[in-house]
Design a protein around this ligand. Structure first.
Ligand code: OGA
Ligand code: MN
Length: 197
């Protein structure tokens, strides 16, 4: 796990984002599928006092994870994030205090239009990470994450390969999730420069 963290640190230094394959094995992904039977809530958009569901912007359903007391099958993932947090702080002096994450489920035909994570809800969001947890994915299933730079040029189009992980400096990369044609499952979260909640 530490070598993956080191590779991510190198990528972040070089380009501000990182994509790593095979963070999880098929067996681990298989065990994680039960998490997606939880009671998911429709993800909303807008500021905290004016949150609303708008499927023209985002159609995913989410389930927040208690990072201090995570489900057993997520222990390795949370430990990995803890190591990543420490390395990010040591290498880039980001001053990350803690992270939050939720599971996300995109039903068939849903998407998430281009947005910046940073200004959506909380300006302390400084680093975004996404683990793709569906057991299988094919090119024809769509659901690509498109990463843009601040000028709007495409930086990378990421097929959400099972067991892979994408992360990036939140404020530097607007991004979108293209329409998916199979249920798309992930764990998404943010590292914060202040204590949340
Ligand atoms: C988000 C998001 C991307 C993805 O939840 O803010 O952009 O690939 N997710 O799931
Ligand atoms: Mn986002």
């Amino acid at each position: 796990m530490q070598s993956k963290v080191d590779q991510i640190i190198q990528d972040i230094e070089f380009q501000g984002w990182s994509l790593k394959q095979n963070i999880f094995t098929q067996d681990q992904l298989h065990l994680m599928q039960e998490l997606f039977d939880s009671d998911f809530l429709p993800a909303k958009v807008g500021k905290s006092h004016q949150l609303q569901r708008n499927e023209e912007i985002r159609g995913d359903w989410i389930y927040w994870i208690d990072t201090l007391n995570p489900p057993l099958v997520l222990k390795d993932l949370i430990n990995f994030l803890e190591q990543l947090k420490q390395s990010l702080n040591q290498n880039f002096f980001l001053g990350i205090k803690e992270f939050e994450c939720h599971l996300a489920k995109y039903p068939v035909n849903s998407f998430y239009k281009t947005h910046l994570d940073r200004f959506e809800k909380d300006s302390s969001r400084s680093f975004t990470f996404i683990f793709y947890l569906h057991p299988a994915w094919d090119k024809k299933d769509g659901g690509e994450l498109v990463l843009y730079n601040k000028s709007g040029d495409v930086v990378e189009t990421v097929l959400p390969a099972p067991g892979s992980m994408l992360c990036f400096i939140s404020e530097d990369f607007p991004h979108e999730v293209k329409t998916c044609f199979r249920e798309r499952r992930s764990l998404t979260g943010w590292m914060h420069t202040k204590i949340i909640n």
